[in-house]
Write a protein that binds this ligand. Structure first.
Ligand SMILES: NC(=O)c1ccc[n+]([C@@H]2O[C@H](COP(=O)([O-])OP(=O)(O)OC[C@H]3O[C@@H](n4cnc5c(N)ncnc54)[C@H](O)[C@@H]3O)[C@@H](O)[C@H]2O)c1
Length: 356
């Protein structure tokens, strides 16, 4: 098969396996490089193999291994670089490893791409954490959430012109990767693009409560497992989306024109949800409220963050399509199915009756 290959680093993970599935379904060849360090992701790999057989290639390797990354780039036309150390808490415990995976690993990917006769485009998943704690943002508490006082931010969220302010080793290592990827378009003329993602959640996420997206998954998992969930005292309005895969396809299509740019990605102002709202939604779905304990604020936590996705929408026509209430239900059903349980009937009845 001479068809060009798409390399997804971290492709066994949540975002990567969802994108891989879409590309493979379209008949494209996909190569995944992943060290399978995230517990549970081998199930994603197995699922992809069952669905798509030989169209999928798998390289068990670490992005810190420059030679392995270089080998994985052979014959590749497009790179989605998702492999990362993704937890703020882990980065605080082991900043050197965090830096090696997120910053040096990204440099390995860029250099491997640059060394190819025709360098493939590189799209990176960065994070909203590159904007720091947003401490200067004036907030008011309304109902169950913090909301910005500034009417423009309230309406649209945080845009890309927000100054960068790396906070926590994770923020610094992802921020470094973010800036390197953008700069390779300037310094070497490569086609590179950055997505600064907020809370992305959905099926195939094997997460902890360490990240906003994983927190959504974690709370839903607690309900599905009927176990205790620890939350920070956070009422952040986080935008979520399960239409991120569409955004990656559009980014790939438009990357030659948009190269060197960074875009905020998330559900946007229309799809915000606070952690307390999320618990309410899960209670509706599960029939009882997860057992929650509240913990102290964590380093770099944002009380409020919503992605302003207007720039990417304007450039590509993308739009978040799944409302957070629906997306959370899909996630809950997937988690419940994973546990071999069905969602509680009373909750389903309440939902069917449209009672909130
Ligand atoms: N999901 C979100 O809410 C969110 C938010 C912001 C940014 N992101 C970014 O999106 C990307 C994907 O996130 P995800 O939610 O799919 O995470 P994930 O943990 O599900 O997937 C990451 C994958 O990378 C692999 N990996 C980790 N270290 C590696 C290494 N050294 N070498 C090779 N593979 C390695 C893991 O085994 C895993 O399969 C990450 O870069 C993350 O920082 C995600």
């Amino acid at each position: 098969m001479n068809q060009p290959i798409t390399l997804i680093t971290g492709g066994a993970g949540f975002v990567g396996s969802n994108l891989a599935n879409r590309l493979l379904t379209m008949g494209r060849r996909v190569r995944i490089l992943d060290n399978l360090s995230r517990p549970g992701v081998e199930q994603n790999l197995q699922w992809l193999r069952q669905q798509h057989g030989d169209l999928l290639e798998f390289e068990r390797a670490d992005v810190r291994d420059a030679a392995a990354v270089s080998q994985a780039c052979a014959g590749v036309a497009q790179v989605f670089h998702f492999a990362a150390q993704v937890a703020v808490t882990t980065s605080l415990d082991n900043p050197q490893e965090d830096f090696a995976v997120n910053a040096l690993g990204t440099l390995n990917v860029l250099e491997a791409a640059r060394a190819r006769p025709v360098p493939p485009a590189v799209i990176l998943t960065s994070t909203n954490k590159v904007y720091g704690g947003l401490e200067d943002l004036q907030l008011s508490v309304q109902g169950q959430r913090y909301l910005p006082v500034d009417a423009g931010v309230l309406q649209r969220g945080i845009a890309e012109d927000r100054p960068l302010d790396f906070h926590s080793p994770y923020g610094c290592s992802k921020g470094t990767a973010d800036q390197y990827v953008a700069d390779y378009a300037r310094s070497y003329g490569m086609t590179t693009l950055v997505f600064r993602m907020s809370c992305i959640y959905g099926p195939r996420q094997f997460g902890t409560e360490d990240r906003a997206g994983s927190r959504t998954s974690s709370c839903a998992r607690c309900a599905a497992n009927a176990s205790r969930c620890t939350a920070t005292a956070c009422r952040c309005a986080t935008s979520c989306s399960s239409t991120t895969v569409e955004a990656f396809l559009l980014a790939e299509q438009h990357a030659p024109r948009l190269k060197g740019r960074a875009f905020n990605m998330g559900g946007g102002a229309a799809n915000t949800i606070s952690l307390i709202d999320l618990l309410d939604r899960i209670e509706q779905l599960h029939g009882e409220r997860p057992d929650v304990t509240f913990d102290a604020w964590r380093t770099g936590d944002q009380r409020y963050y919503v992605s302003d996705t207007a720039a990417f929408q304007r450039e590509t026509g993308w739009k978040a399509k799944v409302a957070s209430a629906d997306g959370i239900e899909r996630l809950y059903q997937w988690l419940a199915a994973q546990q071999g349980k069905r969602a509680a009937a009373p909750a389903a009845q309440r939902l069917a009756a449209g009672v909130h």
